[in-house]
Design a protein around this ligand. Sequence first.
Ligand code: FES
Length: 149
Amino acid sequence: MLQLSKVSTPPSNMRLHINGEHIQFTVEPLVSLLDVLRDGLDLTGTKKGCAQGACGACAVLDDGKRVLSCLALATKYQRRHIIRIEGRVPSAEYGPTLHSLQSALIRNYEFQCGYCTTTLAAQTYVPLLRHRSFSFQVYLAKLTIRSRS
Ligand code: FES
């Protein structure tokens, strides 16, 4: 018969760069990046939806790539640069105005509860980083058509 024994792994000391801020903390090995952000650091702009990688509500950017933080172990992101939905708010670092993507979302999209906003922003920001000729209106139209089919 298979013998299972409980393996105890000590917590890891972590260093993250979140929205340009350096944060140090200790985390258990199997804690998700989402739980660190929301429960550990009280950064609740990133939402917890399905917690299974299906809805995208937990999306963050890791060096320009979209990551579903509910499926990501926090320890994998040691010293990484994470940008969350609040990452481009008016500040000393980014200037006095919203990022053009955030302004376009406010102008062109009628949010109801706003729970999906983080997903939409993260999904839109990635092609925006890759393609200078990116059109927000065209991309939004594609997303809308895709979500209706
Ligand atoms: Fe749904 Fe992460 S919470 S994909």
